[in-house]
Design a binder for this molecule. Structure first.
Ligand code: PMV
Length: 364
């Protein structure tokens, strides 16, 4: 037969917030109560690879996550993202038809799609898989449908899949502007600085537990917005100030300010979780042990001169017990050694079989 099929394949990275998104003002459009800022991790480490094929032979839209078929209709957000992209494709086809009267040779909007999405990291580890997942989905749809949209416009589509996913549409340092528009036209991600601006900044991921998180971010946020009395102070005062200071710190590659803001914002996010009623606990005893260890590391003094060595590491925790440590490259090896000493991996398999090891620190 001469049936044509179209396929697009993309890889999208994970991002880890340093100013946290927590709270929605509109849960359908996924509009946040506050702006947030994250670092997109390098593409070749933790990522999601998504391939989408459109064919006139397909009868239904189907999706496989890590090889296991999932029901698309079970997820409103997934359906919303696909519908949105398809609607834009339809507009494009209509516009083409009006121009040339040649009825589109690629009526892609009418064809069903098959989606295969895979994470190159253990999904069970409770790492930010929804961010890279929805970013990859939206980018693959945009490429397949040849949508004439820039990354900022695409970030609004990723946002309706998962809020934090909008920030994975860019590499480097990315801000998600909360916006004020009730329709979310000004709630999008933009790049604050490219990855090349601060190549020595690295992220270390410490998998504390691979158990599935107890409270989903969606239900957690909604209860916090409704019940936390500390929350309005964070939204009205703290986050707007921190956004400015964080952008400054990044522009100046000022690790000291970057680290303090990152740690304080993680701590405040987990404080409003505790202030939620009933309270939400994401960090566990190991997480808190890591916090203490990072502070002890940052308080170290030079053994000969007695001079403080300064702040050289920052922790941050999302909606789970796992830690992400930000540090500059020259301190990574020592930090890995310290974490491996105080928190030896419980698994008998070397960590390097799960995670890429760019510095060879896991072997040495
Ligand atoms: O995008 P969601 O619904 O998975 O929310 C993520 C929220 C945090 O990870 C806790 C913070 C953030 O800004 O990424």
């Amino acid at each position: 037969s001469n049936i044509t099929e179209y396929e697009s394949s993309v890889t999208s990275p994970v991002n880890i917030a340093v100013i946290k998104y927590w709270g929605k003002r509109n849960s359908e459009l996924i509009l946040p109560t506050n702006s947030s800022l994250s670092c997109t991790l390098s593409q070749d480490h933790l990522n999601t690879k998504t391939t989408i094929r459109a064919s006139p032979k397909f009868n239904t839209d189907r999706l496989w996550l890590n090889g296991v078929e999932e029901k698309i209709s079970a997820s409103t957000r997934l359906t919303n993202c696909i519908n949105k992209a398809r609607e834009l494709r339809k507009q494009l086809e209509n516009a083409l038809e009006d121009q040339e009267e040649n009825t589109s040779e690629k009526p892609l909007s009418k064809w069903k799609i098959h989606i295969a999405s895979e994470n190159n990291f253990p999904t069970a580890a409770g790492l930010a898989s929804s961010a890279s997942g929805y970013a990859a989905l939206v980018q693959a749809l945009a490429n397949l449908y040849e949508l004439p949209l820039n990354q900022t416009e695409l970030s609004k589509i990723a946002r309706i899949g998962s809020g934090s996913a909008c920030r994975s549409m860019f590499g480097g340092f990315v801000a998600w502007r909360a916006g004020v528009d009730p329709n979310g036209e000004d709630s999008y991600a933009e790049c604050v600085a490219p990855e090349s601006h601060w190549p020595d900044l690295h992220a270390l991921i410490l998998v504390v537990s691979d158990a599935k998180k107890g409270t989903s971010s969606t239900s957690g946020m909604s209860t916090t917005v409704k019940t936390s009395e500390l929350f309005p102070m964070r939204i009205e005062k703290v986050v707007p100030e921190r956004m400015k200071k964080m952008e400054e710190a990044i522009k100046n590659r000022d690790f000291n300010s970057f680290a303090i803001l990152t740690m304080k914002d993680s701590n405040q996010f987990h404080s409003v979780c505790l202030d939620t009623y009933p309270p939400i606990f994401y960090m566990n005893d190991i997480s808190r042990g890591i916090v203490h260890l990072v502070h002890a590391f940052n308080e170290q003094k030079d053994s000969t001169t007695g001079k403080p060595l300064g702040i050289r590491a920052a922790y941050t925790f999302d909606a789970g017990p796992n830690a992400v440590i930000y540090a500059e490259k020259q301190h990574i090896r020592e930090l890995v050694r310290i974490f491996m000493h105080f928190f030896p991996p419980a698994t008998t398999q070397p960590a390097s079989t799960y995670f890429p090891d760019p510095f060879g620190v896991l072997q040495s």
